[in-house]
Design a protein around this ligand. Structure first.
Ligand code: RAM
Length: 521
C-alpha cells in the first residue's frame, strides 16, 4: 500500500513570516565520529537473521578481498550519518577497476536479503545499497548519502585475478539534533525498563534531525502523525521544544489549498508541503499545538498559530453529514493504522471530537469565550451523532462504515475522545480485549493509542502488560531502535508488500519512554 490521497488541483500556500520563524529555529546538528566495533557473519535464525561475532574490527587490515569476497562490519548500535572508507589494492598493480557493492542495514535481514527480488509497492530506491567502480588506489571514498544503519557490508563483485582489496579507515559521522545530556536518567534499577527507555530514546534521537523525521532510513521527512507522538516523548526527555515549535511553524507556513495542513513536508530540494492530505493528520495540527502549549506555556506561539488550528476544525466540520457524523469515503482519506480493510469513519469521528476538545481548551486559554462556546456546541453535536449512529449498545462497540465494522482502532479512539466516563471506557476496553475483533492493530502507532487509552482509563497493569508484550518482544527480537511495523507473529509483515522497505527506526514507535516517564514512576 502507498498513501495515494492526493489533493485535487493542489497548490501550496506560503506564509513567509511563519517559514522565516521556522528557519530561525533550524537546529545545529551534533556530530559524533563512530568506527566499527567488530566483524560479523549474518546467519539465518528461524524466519529471521542474526549477526554473530566473526572477528575483531582490526582484522580488516589482514583480509584481502577478491572477486566474490565480502565482509560485514557492525557499528555496535544504530547510526544515522555519513560514511567514509579507504580501499587499498594489494598484489600486482591493479589492471582493472574494482567493482564493489556496499549495503547498509538497520537490522541483519537487510544485509542478508536479495534486493533484486524486491517486490514492494514503494520505491526500491529506499534500499540502502550502492554499486561503485573504483579506478585508482588507494581510494578514500566519502559517500554523499546519509545512511541509517548498524551493519555495513562490502561485497566485491570483481577486482581482477591479479589484485585484491583491503578495506580500512571506515568511519561514520553520526548526526542528530537531540542532546542525550538533556535527558534526566530514570530513577529505577529495573533492567528491562531501563533498556526499553534507552531504545526508545535512541529511536527518538536518531529521528531528531533538522526536523522530527518519521524515519531516518525512510521517508526521512516530517509527518504530522509522527510529530505528535515525538513531541509528547520529547517533552519528557530531550526537551528540545524549539524543534517542535519549528515544525509547527513549518506546517502552518506551508499549507495546501484552503489553508489545509498537509500530511507531511519535504525539506529538500526546498521546503514544501506534500500534496497528500489525510483527515486525521490535518486535525493533529490542533493536537500538536495544544500539547506544545501544555508543555511550554508559550502563549505567543499559541496566539499566532491558533487560527491555523481553527481552520483545520472548520475544514473537518465540512465533512459531516446531517447527523453530525463524518461521511465515509472509499478513498484513502484518513490514516488511523495500516490494518488491511480498516474502515476509517468511526476513528475519524472520534479524532474530530478529540481535536474539538483540545481546540476548546486552547480557545479558553486565549480567553476567547465565544470560540470556546462554539466548539462546545460542536462537541455536543458530534458526540450525540456518534452515540446515535455509531454506538451499538447491544454489541457494546462503536461500528464503522456502511457494513458496521467493529475494529480495535474505532474503540480505542472513542476512548481517547472521552465520550464516555472513565469507568465505561475501562469496561469498553476490557470488552474489546475479551471479544478480540479480528480487525486488530498492526502498527506501533496504533498500539501507542491503545496503551494510552488503557492508562487514561485507570488500567495501568493492562497497559504495562501490552507495552511489555509488544515493545518488549521487539527488544527480545534484537531491536536497537523501535520499528515502523511489528507483528510478533509475522516477522515478514509489511504494509508495502516487502519487508525490505520497512523502516526499523521509526518515530511513531519511540513512545515507550513517554509512557514510562509519564505513568510508570
Ligand atoms: C508512512 C510513514 C509515516 C506515516 C505515514 C502515514 O509513510 O511510516 O511515518 O506517518 O505512513
Amino acid at each position: 500500500m502507498a498513501i495515494t490521497n492526493k489533493i485535487e488541483n493542489f497548490r501550496m500556500q506560503v506564509n513567509e513570516a511563519f517559514v522565516n520563524k521556522a528557519e530561525a529555529l533550524r537546529p545545529r546538528l551534533l556530530e559524533k565520529e563512530v568506527t566499527p566495533r567488530r566483524l560479523v557473519k549474518i546467519l539465518p535464525q528461524g524466519e529471521d537473521y542474526r549477526a554473530e561475532y566473526a572477528a575483531p574490527a582490526e582484522a580488516l587490515g589482514t583480509m584481502p578481498l577478491g572477486r566474490g569476497g565480502r565482509v560485514c562490519l557492525d557499528f555496535g548500535d544504530h547510526q544515522v550519518g555519513y560514511v567514509s572508507l579507504r580501499l587499498t589494492a594489494t598484489g600486482s598493480p591493479p589492471d582493472a577497476p574494482a567493482w564493489v557493492r556496499l549495503k547498509f542495514g538497520e537490522i541483519p535481514y537487510e544485509i542478508a536479503a536479495d534486493s533484486s527480488a524486491y517486490h514492494g509497492s514503494i520505491a526500491k530506491g529506499w534500499i540502502q545499497e550502492e554499486f561503485l567502480h573504483v579506478d585508482s588506489f588507494p581510494a578514500v571514498i566519502s559517500l554523499p548519502r546519509r545512511y541509517a544503519f548498524r551493519y555495513m557490508e562490502l561485497y566485491v563483485i570483481d577486482t581482477s585475478p591479479k589484485y585484491q582489496l583491503l578495506l580500512g579507515d571506515v568511519r561514520c559521522v553520526s548526526v542528530s539534533s537531540a542532546d542525550p545530556a538533556a535527558v534526566t536518567p530514570l530513577p529505577t534499577t529495573d533492567p528491562a525498563l531501563l533498556r526499553m527507555d534507552q531504545v526508545s530514546l535512541k529511536t527518538m534521537q536518531d529521528c531528531m534531525q533538522l526536523v522530527f523525521e518519521d524515519g531516518p532510513k525512510r521517508d526521512r521527512r516530517l509527518w504530522i502523525g509522527d510529530l505528535r507522538l515525538q513531541a509528547l516523548t520529547n517533552y519528557v526527555s530531550f526537551r528540545n521544544n524549539d524543534l517542535v515549535k519549528r515544525c509547527l511553524y513549518l506546517f502552518a507556513g506551508l499549507t495546501q489549498n484552503e489553508g489545509r495542513v498537509g500530511a507531511c513536508l519535504f525539506l529538500e530540494p526546498k521546503l514544501q508541503v506534500d500534496d497528500t492530505s489525510l483527515f486525521d493528520y490535518s486535525l493533529f495540527f490542533v493536537s500538536c499545538l495544544h500539547d506544545y502549549y501544555e508543555a511550554t506555556h508559550d502563549a505567543a506561539t499559541l496566539q499566532e498559530l491558533f487560527p491555523t488550528a481553527d481552520r483545520q476544525i472548520e475544514l473537518s466540520l465540512q465533512e459531516l453529514d446531517d447527523s453530525y457524523v463524518v461521511k465515509d469515503k472509499n478513498t484513502w482519506w484518513c490514516f488511523l493504522d495500516w490494518a488491511e480493510g480498516l474502515n476509517k469513519q468511526a476513528g475519524a469521528q472520534a479524532i474530530l471530537i478529540y481535536a474539538l476538545k483540545q481546540a476548546r481548551l486552547m480557545a479558553k486559554w486565549l480567553g476567547d469565550e465565544r470560540k470556546a462556546a462554539a466548539y462546545a456546541d460542536w462537541i455536543e453535536r458530534t458526540t450525540q451523532g456518534a452515540l446515535e449512529k455509531l454506538w451499538d449498545e447491544g454489541k457494546g462497540f462503536f461500528l464503522s462504515g456502511s457494513e458496521g465494522q467493529i475494529s480495535w482502532a474505532s474503540q480505542v479512539w472513542f476512548v481517547l475522545a472521552g465520550v464516555f466516563p472513565r469507568e465505561k471506557n475501562a469496561a469498553l476496553l476490557k470488552h474489546l480485549i475479551a471479544e478480540n475483533p479480528p480487525l486488530s492493530m498492526v502498527t506501533p502507532y496504533m498500539y501507542h493509542h491503545f496503551i494510552e487509552a488503557l492508562f487514561q482509563s485507570d488500567l495501568p497493569e493492562l497497559a504495562k502488560k501490552y507495552l511489555q508484550g509488544y515493545w518488549g518482544r521487539m527488544l527480545e527480537d534484537g531491536a536497537d531502535t523501535f520499528y515502523e511495523l511489528y507483528d510478533p507473529e509475522n516477522k515478514a509483515a509489511s504494509p508495502y508488500g516487502d519487508r525490505l522497505a520497512n523502516s526499523f527506526c521509526h518515530a511513531w514507535s519511540g513512545t515507550p519512554a513517554y509512557f514510562i516517564r509519564k505513568y510508570m514512576q
